[in-house]
Design a protein. Sequence first.
Length: 642
Amino acid sequence: MFHKILIANRGEIACRVIDSCRRMGVATVAVYSDADRAARHVAMADEAVYLGGPAPADSYLRDDAIIQAARDTGAQAIHPGYGFLSENPGFVEAVEAAGLVFIGPSARAIRAMGLKDAAKALMEEAGVPVVPGYHGSNQDPAHLAQQAEQIGYPVLIKAVAGGGGKGMRRVDDPKGFNDGLQSARSEAKNAFGNPDVLIEKYILQPRHIEVQVFGDGERAVHLYERDCSLQRRHQKVIEEAPAPDMTPEIRKIMGAAATRAAEAIGYKGAGTIEFIVDGSNGLREDGFWFMEMNTRLQVEHPVTEAITGVDLVEWQLRVASGEPLPAEQDDLHIQGHAFEARLYAEDVPAGFLPATGTLAHLEFPDHARIETGIRQGDTISPWYDPMIAKIVTHGPTRAIALRELETALVDTEVAGSVTNLDFLIALTRHAGFRQGDVDTGLIERDLDDLVAAAQPDPAAIALGVIGLAGLADRTTTGGMTLWQPMRRTILWDGGEAVLEVLGPGAARVTLDGTRHEVRWQGDRWWVNDALRRNRIVEHDAGVSVFGGRAFTLIPLDPLARDAGAAGDTALTLSPMPGLVKSVHVEAGQQVSAGDRLAVLEAMKMEHSLTAARDGVVAEVLAAAGDQVEAGAPLIRLEEEDA
Ligand code: ADP
């Protein structure tokens, strides 16, 4: 076994790898960028090496610097995690040329699976079913259109170099083919530098079922399947293992196909064979097709670990250090059912926009497995994937594991950024999902219901008001001594209320003309005589009420509110976190409604920010190159009547 390894990654996956290393007595070296100086993975590792600026190209993608860091610290091997350099065959070769071990497959195996067309051809040869379609080299549009006709509409055009759902277009009839082809090609050229596409039959009501494989370079075993059908725009949201309705017969056939696929390329380490499955009529032995292979550890690997009892990172290290496969196929069994939900800092009602912020409060339930790279007080920066944590539950049956997931999500407390928690909770309560009736269209079909922002219950807001008044703080004497009768107006970012303290443990909150009688004893709260499950938490950013539809009230001082009331069309705010690319106006300049004021780059796209009305620029509050938060004021116009 290695005595020291370097982890060429960040966030939860770097922490996850360090966890297993610790258990195995393997020393760890972390790497980090400017944005991650104080990150959890750096604090957890035995040593850490600085790489450079926050942009991945300046840090986590700097292959030479990473290899040098491994050499300087005496690490014998490099674990790539997922993303970044994990599926870069050139990196594998450079690691090996430096006399180090890459914890993962060979460069040759990665290349074999790197392009979707070549991978499909290879899998066909190995006797693995592939989605019917065209994956040849003739990229002439007329030829491709004719192939699409032959396959039969609807078809899916896919970038051969694709990933992350980019360069994919569904086309429903011949009329739409050329447009679909053109946009898929240009997106592919932009994202991957390779415009080539393949064409597949579009599977209606598809399910995404993938099989975890593990190889030693010659032989492979599989660790059963995961169902990742709950997707939004081809991004997985909740994953589970095993797949609902899977039969032992189909499992055996799919597992054997996956193992064959891995052995066909001499696969070493952890990998995933993704299948698309026709879910329109139950699972069938001839109803699954190879889509692609991910030649790395997957984000959702913990559900497999939960049901098999295997530590996949431990296996990765053991096989990379030269040990044989740690288990034979017959040693592997499924125990119960597991779910994983991906908790993100994102603004769901605004269209799932990535969010940023400093997490003033972060607490996870202790009855679930939590994989995270974030601690309370950490900042979610705009530089990386805004994942806060993966929440994993495991139970004897699917129903119990799903109930545990729901409870774990309700018990998760985050303040300081918007999150997708309510959306995840709504999913765990979705009737179809509960029945195991999943397909990749489920979320899109029911999106409106799933994202409907349930308003916080007024009784819970009354508790928030109690928190804003400092009456919920059990760490000081606030709750005990503040019992003199008093009456105050409490203001926060979304409203106001009148609070009357009636005596020790009793207060009245008048909210929108309605009185709520609040009583408390220790940490137990009653509103209008009903016992509440809520938890009131005071933190740097305000007061949050958890346990139900969670929300945060940000205290306002009355003067600030009056100033804010004037801020209508005069202020142009940044709609999302991003980088100011350019500013097109200066103070004193006359502008008309619709004029471009500034350009913001966010989520790899440029957004023009325009004037909401005619006016004169009073102040320019941001400059090109500034990193700004959502809601940051950028340009202020003079008051209209001024
Ligand atoms: P990427 O590598 O960009 O993630 P994949 O080939 O893995 O692309 O496909 C991503 C998702 O697109 C799948 O999980 C599935 O939901 C959908 N998909 C892929 N191929 C098909 C198909 N032939 N028919 C219908 N849906 C498909």
